[in-house]
Design a protein around this ligand. Structure first.
Ligand code: TYD
Length: 140
């Protein structure tokens, strides 16, 4: 399966009426995991690159609830970039996928839904170490 198929864009229900918009995300329903953790990133300068890691255990959904950012996603073989520019749009990131977030607009609020509680030891922060783990886990 291609990296783009493994990391689908998810469009959430957007209930809009004359009072404004309301976006609903339900763990295990509109995204493929139960939500254990929520964090958000804001105030990042456009020159900053965040993320730069893969996770052995966590799955994520990234949503720019305000402003815009880009997410570069790779498995070490294929790569693609998602432009997050709508509050009703998310990108799903499964385990063992490398991601970099960058090009944050000044009003960017990047909401992240995660399948796990935080455990720093499940992060791989060195790209060469990530490639090595990927090669070791490849049954081919
Ligand atoms: P980091 O993983 O570097 O952020 P990002 O991947 O979004 O660029 O995390 C920054 C700091 O915040 C680091 O000291 C770890 C801490 N942190 C937590 O304590 N809990 C969390 O859920 C997250 C995501 C980070």
């Amino acid at each position: 399966m291609s990296i783009m198929d493994r990391c689908p864009i998810i469009m959430f229900n957007d209930f809009g009426d004359e009072r404004g918009k309301l976006v609903v995300i339900e763990g295990g329903k509109s995204i493929p995991f139960d939500i254990k953790r929520v964090f958000y990133i804001y105030g990042s300068d456009p020159s900053v690159v965040r993320g730069q890691h893969a996770n052995r255990e966590s799955e994520f959904v990234l949503i720019n609830v305000s402003g815009t950012s880009k997410v570069r996603i790779t498995d070490g073989t294929e790569e693609f970039t998602v432009f997050l520019d709508r509050p009703m749009m998310g990108v799903y990131i499964p385990k063992m996928v490398w991601k970099d977030m960058y090009d944050f607009s000044s009003d960017s609020v990047l909401l992240v839904l995660a399948s796990t509680h935080y455990d720093g030891s499940e992060y791989i922060r060195d790209f060469d170490a990530y490639l090595k783990e990927m090669a070791e886990s490849d049954p081919a």
